[in-house]
Design a protein around this ligand. Structure first.
Ligand code: EPU
Length: 428
């Protein structure tokens, strides 16, 4: 086990290249199951979730080669083998194996997904969609059993706007008979990315990126080559780092349109931001003004940036209220930020941040992926040394974190935990 150490408080400068989107990658890889010949996906992030999904496809008979930023999947010999336990429990996105296997084999057995603990994360809308397409769905001892004689297109209205349910229903519906219409669909860029891959495979999908998606089922799907979109959350995290400590940070390989809500908030705060086709330049300012943010579905302010943004707010003058309408309990990072001298209180779905304060280095623990990102931001801002444990969460979503930050001039490194530290962590 390792910890991350950051010697904070120093200005950062330079450029950072953004990797492929984690939340696309974790859907694109299961989607390859639907093809009947090899699929190659380029531009993948080097993160543990990609490796785990690659291993899962091999477990069920796929031939998988991961080479740097590229994955090659030959799904010809994949079978609908039950995956009730093991690696599926390690990540939330293993639920995409349900839609993909149901689409190709009309049956699947998949353990209930793991992933970050952000409060309740039901999958009722996924199940509602699968049932509407004709599947019988049961939950037996923590695994979801799906079986259909045939899948038939249906009109499905999502009661909750859900990224996962929208993608999962698309995965199954591309191989259903007839037309499926998903109403109140999520509009996140990752949904368009998955629809682009499926379309290259031969699927007929219209309206991805709007709240009504129409899918005409086809009899078979073929392999193709696909390039993933850049990770807007990783980009947003480096933008926040640039705003907090940057003397000019260039974020390269990004789609600025995907980050308009963050850019708007930066301008309100007094951060300098300039955008071009695929780059964003950010420079901090000594006198940042506090702002309120409320997380919303895309194109609103992303819940996945709420935690790192909270660290930035500690440096702004005034009171900023961070309200998470997507995950009302996504505040496990707050206690850790308080250890670092932040003045924050949590009331219901909101964190109230009073600033400016100078953060101080401390020993802190990442409880989930974006909590980890918020602690990295805070560590870079803090005076002295910050030690972060719980790196398995951060490694699920940030490709080459230390390398990228070192490139900006940060002093950040990993060290092995001592036996005493491992024992303390296990007891905490
Ligand atoms: N929800 C339901 N029922 C469902 C599905 C969702 O009530 O069947 C609720 C959730 O509890 C939540 C809201 O709907 O309150 C939105 O959830 P959504 O399904 O959109 O989230 P998700 O698909 O499980 C993805 C990302 C998350 C990101 C959310 C919101 C992946 C693998 N995960 O999760 O990313 O926070 O969308 O944008 O794509 C992260 O990257 O750190 C992360 C957690």
């Amino acid at each position: 086990m390792e910890k991350l150490k950051i010697a904070g408080g120093y200005p950062l400068k330079g450029s950072v290249k953004i990797s492929g989107a984690k939340n696309s990658a974790v859907a694109l890889i299961p989607a390859t199951i639907l093809a009947e010949s090899p699929v190659t996906i380029e531009g993948l992030p080097d993160i543990s979730d990609v490796q785990i999904l690659g291993d899962l496809l091999e477990e069920i008979g796929g031939h998988v080669e991961i080479n740097k930023e590229e994955i090659y999947v030959d799904p010809t010999n994949i079978v609908s083998m039950p995956l009730p336990n093991g690696k599926v429990k390690k990540l939330r996105a293993s639920y995409y194996l349900m839609g993909a296997m149901l689409g190709r084999f009309k049956k699947a057995v998949i353990g209930l997904p793991g992933g970050c603990h952000l409060g309740p994360r039901p999958i009722d809308q996924h199940i509602k969609g699968f049932e509407a397409l004709g599947a019988k769905v049961t939950n037996e001892q923590g695994a979801i059993y799906l079986r259909a004689d045939e899948l038939r297109g249906a009109r499905i209205y999502l009661d909750v706007v859900s990224v996962g349910a929208t993608i999962n229903i698309m995965l199954a519906a591309v191989r259903a008979k007839g037309r499926t219409i998903i109403e109140n669909a999520a509009k996140e860029p990752e949904i368009i990315d998955v629809a682009t891959l499926l379309t290259s495979m031969g699927a007929k999908i219209k309206g991805a990126g709007t709240d009504v998606i129409r899918i005409d089922g086809v009899d078979s799907l073929q392999g193709c080559r696909h390039t993933i979109i850049p990770d807007r959350i990783e980009a947003g995290t480096y933008m926040i780092i640039g705003a907090a400590m940057g003397e000019g940070v260039l974020i390269d390989n990004v789609i600025p349109l995907h980050l308009e809500s963050l850019i708007a908030k930066f301008r309100e705060m007094g951060v300098t931001v300039e955008t071009s086709d695929d780059q964003i330049w950010v420079a901090g300012n000594k006198d940042l003004k506090s702002v309120d943010i409320k997380t919303l579905v895309y194109p609103g302010f992303p819940t996945d940036l709420q935690q790192p943004f909270t660290s930035l707010l500690t440096k702004a003058s005034g009171t900023g209220v961070v309200t998470d309408t997507i995950y009302g309990a996504r505040f496990k990072h707050i206690d850790e930020l308080r250890r670092m001298n932040a003045q924050i209180k949590v009331e219901g779905r909101s964190a109230i941040v009073t600033g400016p304060v100078q953060l101080q280095g401390a020993k802190v623990k990442a409880s989930d992926l974006r909590a980890g990102a918020s602690l990295v931001v805070a560590g870079l801002m803090a005076e002295g040394i910050t030690e972060i444990t719980g790196l398995e969460h951060i490694d699920r979503g940030y490709s080459h974190l230390e390398e990228k930050l070192t490139g900006l001039g940060a002093t950040i490194w990993r060290e092995s935990l001592t036996e005493d530290e491992i024992e303390q962590l296990q007891n905490s």
